[in-house]
Ligand binder design. Structure first.
Ligand SMILES: Cc1ncc(COP(=O)(O)O)c(C=O)c1O
Length: 387
């Protein structure tokens, strides 16, 4: 009898884990007649606010929208410099640009991929007004050091928590160290609403201002205008954006938030399995967790070690694809993308740690939808790809 052929189902990287509860919540929302921004969004904001223990939270359409609004809310002089890490998704720096400011990169730590506080210090100039640390892969940045530098140099702190829903330092959630924290509920994220984001703020006043900005700058949101509390005229208070979350999205997010700990536990089991099973391969695996921190376990990143294999990262990723295993690259260092090279004159060598990671890294499936058999296939595929 011939051996069972290789898996026939493609293992999609970052596939969400939905069950009958999400399905029921969507149908209930559709049947309720209210699918736009309304009571489910308000409930999700309150539940998420309590989850991260923040004074206030505002749900929006994406983390990109959250970052944009957060940077606008700082009221910086146009053309201010905002420091962030080149080891991030495009949205972190794009939001700085769209807010009218200049993204200035400071290299990440080679071991962790998080913003290096010493590099931050070196990147600060006379026009620097803010810093956007990215909790890379779900690992909290060194917020004590970053907070100290920000306080000494008079910088605002906006945290990019797209990867860091469950992340905490000494029991304090990421997103509550800075003035504003920005979360993502994109499909691949640890809690998903398919598309969605959340801003957490230190005060209800800031949150109210952000909420107005997120919905055309109107004084009363749609729920209050068309809800069952009677007709309310709206006033345009400023030119705002269309960044509100819908109840349909919040319906999914509420169920997902209820599963956040169970899903984290499942990813923890996968994480430990990968650490154990991949230890002998010519890969650098994620750094050990820092004491006193909780890692959100968003990405399990592997780096090809050129001292131990001739295979390149792209060859490995291609081989995995051929074996029906999806993977991701997080990230090619942002300063090497064409627009950043052209606009700011960046070139290879500017940020060596981000470049070293960017050239060698790939992320393997870590979603709670990954079964034990799937995870075993990932390991087998990597052994083949690196043979
Ligand atoms: C680090 C980081 N920041 C921001 C974003 C943007 O999130 P969203 O897709 O919700 O706009 C992402 C999305 O992948 C991200 O990974």
């Amino acid at each position: 009898m011939s051996e069972r052929p290789w898996r026939d189902r493609y293992l999609v990287f970052g596939a969400p884990s939905f069950g009958p509860e999400e399905r029921a919540a969507v149908l209930e929302c559709l049947d309720s007649g209210w699918v736009g921004s309304g009571p489910r969004v308000a409930e999700f904001e309150e539940r998420f606010r309590r989850y991260v223990d923040a004074p206030a939270a505002v749900a929006v359409s994406s983390c990109t929208a959250a970052l944009h609004l957060a940077l606008l809310a700082l009221d910086l002089e146009p053309g201010s410099e905002v420091v962030t890490s080149p080891m991030t998704f495009a949205a972190t720096a794009t939001a700085i640009v769209h807010a009218g400011h200049v993204p200035v990169f400071a290299d990440c730590d080679l071991a962790t991929g998080c913003l290096d506080p010493a590099a931050l210090e070196r990147a600060i100039g006379p026009r620097t007004r803010a810093v956007v640390p990215v909790h890379f892969a779900g690992r909290p940045c060194d917020m004590a050091a970053i907070g100290r530098i920000a306080a000494e140099r008079g910088l605002h702190v906006v945290e990019d928590c797209a990867h860091a829903i469950e992340a905490a330092v000494d029991g304090r959630h990421c997103g509550t160290f800075g003035e504003l924290g920005c979360f993502s509920f994109y499909v691949t994220k640890n809690v998903t609403s398919v598309e969605g984001g959340m801003l957490v703020a230190r005060s209800r006043e800031t949150a109210a201002r952000l909420k107005t900005l997120a919905l055309h700058g109107l004084s009363a949101d749609a729920w209050r205008r068309y809800g069952d509390e009677g007709f309310v005229h709206y006033q345009v208070e400023q030119p705002g954006f269309k960044y509100n979350m819908t109840d349909l999205a919040a319906a999914i997010a509420l169920v997902q938030l209820g599963k956040v700990e169970a899903h984290w536990q499942r990813r923890r089991a996968l994480w430990d399995f990968y650490l154990r099973e991949l230890a002998e391969l010519p890969l650098e695996l994620p750094a050990p967790f820092a004491p006193g921190t909780r890692h959100a376990l968003h990405l399990f990143t592997c780096r090809v070690d050129p001292a131990r294999t001739a295979r390149t990262r792209d060859e490995v990723v291609q081989a995995l694809h051929g074996l029906r295993i999806g993977s991701g690259v997080h990230y090619t260092a942002l300063h090497l993308h064409p627009w950043y090279r052209k606009r700011f004159g960046h070139e290879p060598g500017d940020f060596p740690s981000a470049e070293s990671i960017g050239a060698r890294t790939f992320s393997i499936p870590l979603s709670p939808a990954v079964s034990d058999a799937d995870a075993a296939d990932v390991v087998r595929a990597l052994r083949i790809a690196l043979a």
